[in-house]
Design a protein around this ligand. Structure first.
Ligand code: NAD
Ligand code: MG
Length: 386
């Protein structure tokens, strides 16, 4: 049966990989709606190729321009536009691949409508994991992760009931500076930080990989996705990015999922689950790969991993504070206004000063996000940049 797909974030790195998967499987998947920010040039090409019923963009202006070019498609814009797109009648799967938390309300809507949530966007669970889990339980909806480490764990967990799991090990490439132990991280330029050794991704997540904040976010993501305690989640540096993550069971047996570093693989799995579909990703050439290495993370140089455990211990809105402070710090780093290591000190400062409180609903999440954003900008402008 053909599944109807809605894609949020179609012009991004994950979005483009998702469209490649749909292009290769036209008899399995039909794109009925897509949403993107402001890259209307690429969006126009995508609309011409996939002919979705409806499209949403960030601004009213872009929606108007597109409507003139595509009079037969429904055009929406803004946060409400995203809600409209996930609500399209007959949608089976929603691929959540907008960066940041702009897609949060639409993601909740998708869950409430019992769409399968194919989740790339980790910020959703980091900022609002408990509330999202409550929504999933209430709706009886399913989440199939796309983030490659979580997809690996999801696949390994299928081998045995949950009571037999001892711990999971999230692998991390270590980023571009892992081997360069004597490098002064404070002097790293934006260009150097954007040169990821194994994965090609959007700018925000590439910087997060270099700071290991990406792994910190994934520790929190894994906690919410798989209902694991913080003591059951560990991180392993694995520079080759071939083993995407591992699960250890109580008998000390370890299962791992391996594959080429191509997001088409977890996207195809997430859309096809529980089936496995033949795809175009190259097979692994293990003899050709040579050595696979594993190291513990250097927690002194990269304090991010410890921050994730602190956030999980703190609970309440700490995930939203952490995610927002990091998002703002990365924006300032990318703009050339703060140093690479200032990302650690800014996020650490915001966690120390955190105004922690329980999250009762999504309005509380949005409030934490906007308050933390304002306070982080203030902190950077008044204390870090002067
Ligand atoms: P990206 O920056 O390449 O793409 C982001 C997409 O979101 C773009 O299409 C952009 O137009 C859209 N967008 C941004 N703001 C929007 C808004 N307000 N309304 C509508 N659309 C908006 O990012 P990416 O690398 O593709 O990552 C997307 C998400 O997937 C992130 O949450 C990231 O953490 C996660 N993820 C990415 C990868 C990867 O390999 N790139 C791997 C694992 C998880
Ligand atoms: Mg990942």
């Amino acid at each position: 049966m053909t599944k109807n797909i809605v894609l949020l974030g179609s012009t991004g790195s994950i979005g483009r990989s998702a469209l490649a998967v749909l292009r290769e499987n036209p008899e399995r998947f039909r794109l009925i709606g897509l949403a993107a920010g402001s890259n209307t040039q690429l969006l126009e090409k995508q609309i011409r190729e996939f002919e979705p019923r409806a499209v949403s963009v960030k601004s009213r202006k872009h929606a108007r321009e597109l409507q003139e070019k595509f009079p037969h498609n429904k055009m929406f814009f803004g946060a409400e536009g995203l809600q409209e797109i996930v609500s399209l009648p007959g949608a089976d799967c929603v691929i959540a691949a907008i960066s940041g938390t702009a897609g949060l309300p639409a993601t909740v809507q998708a869950i409430r409508l019992k769409r399968r949530l194919c989740l790339a966007n980790k910020e959703t669970l980091v900022a609002a994991g408990d509330l999202i889990n409550r929504e999933i339980a209430a709706a009886g909806a399913e989440i199939i992760p796309i983030d490659s480490e979580q997809s690996a764990i999801f696949q390994c967990l299928a081998a045995a009931p949950r009571q037999y799991v001892r711990r999971v090990m999230l692998t991390a490439s270590g980023g571009p500076f892992f081997r360069d132990k004597h490098r002064d991280l404070a002097l790293i330029s934006v260009e150097e930080a954007l040169a990821h050794p194994t994965w090609s991704m959007g700018k925000k997540i590439t910087i997060d990989s270099a700071t290991l904040m990406n792994k910190a976010l994934e520790i929190i993501e894994a906690h919410h996705l798989f209902h694991l305690g913080h003591e059951q989640i560990e991180v392993l540096i694995h520079p080759q990015s071939v083993v995407h993550s591992l699960v250890e069971f109580i008998d000390s047996s370890v299962l791992a999922q391996l594959g080429v570093a191509d997001m088409k693989l977890p996207i195809l799995y997430s859309l096809g689950y529980p089936e496995r579909l033949a795809g175009s990703c190259p097979q692994l050439d293990l003899p050709g790969l040579g050595q696979l290495e594993f190291f513990p993370p250097d927690r002194r140089r990269f304090p991010s991993v410890q921050m994730a455990y602190d956030v999980l211990r703190q609970g309440q809105n700490a995930g939203a504070v952490f995610n927002t402070a990091n998002e703002v710090a990365v924006e300032f780093f990318l703009a050339g206004k703060i140093s690479f290591t200032a990302i650690f000190s800014v996020v650490g400062h915001m966690l120390d000063k955190g105004d922690y409180r329980p999250l009762h609903d999504m309005d509380d999440v949005q409030e934490t996000i906007s308050l933390t954003r304002t306070k982080t900008i203030e902190h950077i402008e008044n204390e870090v940049m002067k």
